[in-house]
Design a protein around this ligand. Structure first.
Ligand code: ATR
Length: 277
C-alpha cells in the first residue's frame, strides 16, 4: 500500500488558515502527491502533537501563531535564519529521522515586496512596528537588500532596544517607543505587531510616511486590516497586507519539503480572486 506524505499547519486558532488551500494548489500545479491539513493545537499540547504527527507518516509541518517559538525549541537542529529569528515556521523530517527547523517568513516578505510588487529596498528608511518573533525574522533579510536604516518601534520600549542591540552587527538599527516617531519620514513601514488580529493599531503619528512610501502588514485578512487602512488614509503609494508573503513563505516551505519550487503568481492571483468574492 502506498502511504501518502502528510503535511500540516499547526496553530491556535487555525480555522481561517489559507495554508491548506495554498499547498493544495502547489501540489496540483507541480504534480506532487501529498495531503496538507490544518490542526488546532493548544500550546501545552504542542510537543506531543508534533511527535504524534511525525510518528504517523508526517513529513513536514508549518507552525503559526502562537507556536513558532515552541517549534524553534522543539527542532533538533535549525538553519541560521531560524536561529536568528528564535522562531520556526517550518519543520521538516530529515532522512536520519531528526527534525530540521527553518524560518521562511523573512524570505517570503522580501520576495513579495521585490518580485511581486517591484519595490526596490536599497537605500530605503524602514520602520518596523513590533519587536516580537515576526520582527526578529525579517531584520537580516531586509539588511541583505541594502536598506539604509531600520527603526524598530515597540509598545514595550526595552524589547525594541534589546533587539536593536542584538541586531546592530548587521547594520544601522535603532530601537524606540512609538511616541518618538514624529521626527522622521519612512519609505517603508512594516506592521509586525499582532494588532491586526484584534482590529487595533499602534499609536502612530500621521506624518511619518515619506512621499511614495509603502505600508506592509505582515498579517492578512479578507477585509483590509486596520494598518492597511492606515496606509491608505496616509497616502501610501501601496498599502499591502501579508497574503503575498504567506504564499511566498509557503512556496519556500514546499521547496524544502519536496525539492520542487512552485510558481507563486497564479496562486496569489487565485487567492486574491477568492477573497474578493
Ligand atoms: P510575534 O511572534 O508574532 O511577533 P509576539 O512575540 O507576541 O508575536 O509579539 C507581538 C508584538 O505585537 C509585540 O511587539 C507586542 O508589543 P509588546 O512587546 O509591547 O507586547 C505587539 N503588540 C501587541 N498588541 C499591541 C497593541 N495593542 N499595541 C501595540 N503593540 C502591540
Amino acid at each position: 500500500m502506498t502511504v501518502i506524505d502528510r503535511y500540516a499547519v499547526f496553530g491556535n486558532p487555525i480555522k481561517h488558515s489559507k495554508s491548506p488551500r495554498i499547498h493544495k494548489l502547489f501540489a496540483e500545479q507541480t504534480g506532487q502527491t501529498l495531503v496538507y491539513e490544518a490542526q488546532e493545537v493548544p500550546t501545552e499540547q504542542f510537543s506531543s502533537a508534533v511527535k504524534t504527527f511525525f510518528a504517523d507518516d508526517g513529513k513536514g509541518l508549518n507552525c503559526t501563531i502562537p507556536l513558532k517559538e515552541l517549534a524553534w525549541a522543539f527542532a533538533d537542529h535549525k538553519t541560521e535564519r531560524a536561529q536568528l529569528a528564535k522562531a520556526v515556521n517550518t519543520l521538516a523530517l530529515q532522512a536520519d529521522g531528526s527534525i530540521l527547523g527553518d524560518n521562511t517568513d523573512g524570505v517570503g516578505l522580501i520576495t513579495d515586496l521585490t518580485n511581486n510588487h517591484g519595490i526596490n529596498l536599497a537605500d530605503r528608511n524602514v520602520l518596523i512596528l513590533g519587536a516580537g518573533g515576526a520582527t526578529r525574522g525579517i531584520i537580516k533579510p531586509l539588511r541583505e537588500q541594502s536598506v539604509k536604516s531600520i527603526v524598530v518601534a515597540n509598545r514595550t520600549i526595552d524589547k525594541a532596544i534589546n533587539l536593536a542591540t542584538e541586531f546592530v552587527k548587521f547594520g544601522h538599527i535603532i530601537g524606540c517607543g512609538f511616541e518618538v516617531l514624529n521626527k522622521q519620514h519612512f519609505d517603508l513601514i512594516i506592521n509586525a505587531t499582532s494588532t491586526s488580529l484584534t482590529g487595533q493599531l499602534p499609536p502612530l503619528p500621521t506624518n511619518i510616511l515619506a512621499e511614495n512610501g509603502v505600508c506592509y502588514d505582515l498579517a492578512y485578512s479578507n477585509e483590509p486590516t486596520t494598518f492597511v487602512r492606515w496606509g491608505q488614509e496616509n497616502n501610501a503609494l501601496k498599502s499591502l497586507d501579508g497574503l503575498g508573503m504567506l504564499v511566498e513563505q509557503a512556496a519556500e516551505a514546499f521547496f524544502i519539503w519536496r525539492g520542487v519550487r512552485p510558481l507563486t503568481e497564479p496562486v496569489i492571483k487565485q487567492l486574491n480572486d477568492e477573497r474578493l468574492r
